[in-house]
Design a protein around this ligand. Structure first.
Ligand code: CTP
Ligand code: MN
Ligand code: MN
Ligand code: MN
Length: 373
């Protein structure tokens, strides 16, 4: 078919940041399968194939109707032959056999298990898999060296693979705000990440912290983390200092903000006033515990970088990737979570809000609930 303006199918914009993508949509069965194919490709080290599946899935997530036939997908951007075969199979059989086979394969199962450990990426998981690791208990082999992130990840594996609910996230928010306001009462603290996009659960809770007075931010994360530790609620953390590489020289996906990657012991709501809740006891008896481990990211941004940091930490990852790709390919501007840079004029372009950043890029503003690309 020749695309024309009246054909809604031909109007799907090529960049995810030009589209609105809600959490719930009309083609979940197909996008679930494509997401599995994308993940399996990433597990096999094929980033390009993985991205192709992610792009196709993202297009279908933005469609305002349910696909009825594979013909309807043929005009869609990024939906090539492989994607169309998946669509056809699901529309005809209700299942994608390739995705089913991948999911039940030993490699996929192990890679899913191992990358589910905090601190373990695809490369580490793949190395361990090649070395014969099949279960978490195989990591007790002294030949397998775990770094401190991975040791903490393994120690809290069950809790950290338990979805963080919105209720959990709100209690973490109280804990974080109560702590930070002790030191600076008028900080601006925003829960970012998936919860800001309206997700009902996540794998962690993300916070962005700023203040007009840069002095107020200095040493703040360390003080906050020390305080939480004194409450007995800090299970693990790594602090990443602010990196002073000139912002526009950073690779676009690198983030130089001061960050604390933490694991908190979040007291259960009904026992939060009891005295028997301090962690460090018997991890093998979760039912007896009055808390759960939860991953928390705390990011500090200078006030003038706040809109860029907010845009960068709200996600989704694919939406972010597409924003940067759009900026560079279509506007010759380099965007990261510190700023927007005109590389030809060698200057940075300031903005005071996310809305302004979209407008500087010539994009329609996309509110966070529609960034679930
Ligand atoms: N991010 C980043 N730098 C990092 C880690 C994350 O800029 N070192 C950004 C990601 O690009 C993403 C956002 O922070 O846009 C949130 O990341 P993450 O917590 O991993 O994902 P969520 O979308 O919040 O999903 P989840 O619910 O699984 O946490
Ligand atoms: Mn998150
Ligand atoms: Mn995530
Ligand atoms: Mn995070």
């Amino acid at each position: 078919r020749v695309p024309d303006d009246k054909d809604p199918l031909s109007t799907v914009a090529p960049y995810a940041c030009q589209r609105r993508t809600s959490i719930t949509h009309h083609n979940a069965q197909i996008t679930d399968a494509l997401d599995i194919l994308a993940k399996a490709a990433a597990f096999q080290g094929s980033e390009v194939r993985s991205l192709a599946f992610t792009r196709a899935a993202s297009v279908l997530k933005s469609l305002p109707y349910k696909l009825q036939s594979v013909e309807e997908a043929k005009n869609l951007v990024w939906c090539g032959g492989h994607c169309q075969a998946v669509i056809q199979e699901i529309l005809e059989d209700g299942v994608c056999h390739e995705a089913e086979a991948l999911m039940t394969s030993e490699q996929y199962r192990c890679m899913e298990l191992l990358t589910g450990i905090y601190g373990v990426g695809v490369r580490t998981a793949e190395r361990w898999y090649k070395e014969g690791v099949r279960n978490l208990s195989d990591l007790e082999n002294p030949n397998i060296k775990l770094n401190s992130d991975q040791k903490a990840g393994l120690a809290h594996y069950t809790d950290l693979n338990q979805p963080v609910t919105r209720e959990d996230a709100e209690r973490v928010e109280h804990m974080v705000k109560d702590t930070l306001y002790r030191f600076v009462p008028d900080l601006k603290i925003t829960m970012t990440g998936g919860f800001l996009r309206g997700k009902q659960q996540g794998h962690d809770v993300d916070f962005l912290i700023t203040h007009p007075d840069e002095e107020a931010l200095s040493g703040l994360l360390k003080k906050a983390v020390d305080w939480i530790n004194r409450q007995g609620l800090l299970l693990y953390h790594t602090m990443k200092a602010r990196s002073h590489v000139h912002a526009y020289k950073r690779s676009t996906h690198m983030d130089g903000h001061e960050t604390c990657y933490a694991i908190f012991a979040l007291p259960h709501p009904d026992t939060s006033n009891s005295e028997s809740e301090v962690p460090g006891g018997d991890l093998t008896a979760p039912a007896a515990r009055a808390w759960r481990a939860v991953r928390v990211d705390l990011v500090v941004a200078p006030y003038n970088e706040y809109p860029f940091a907010l845009l960068g930490w709200t996600g989704s990852k694919h939406f972010e990737r597409e924003l940067r790709r759009f900026s560079w390919n279509e506007k010759k501007l380099s965007l990261n979570s510190h700023g927007l840079y005109d590389m030809e004029k060698n200057c940075s372009i300031p903005a005071t809000s996310e809305e302004e950043i979209f407008s500087l890029l010539g994009l329609q503003y996309v509110p966070p609930p529609y960034r679930n690309a």
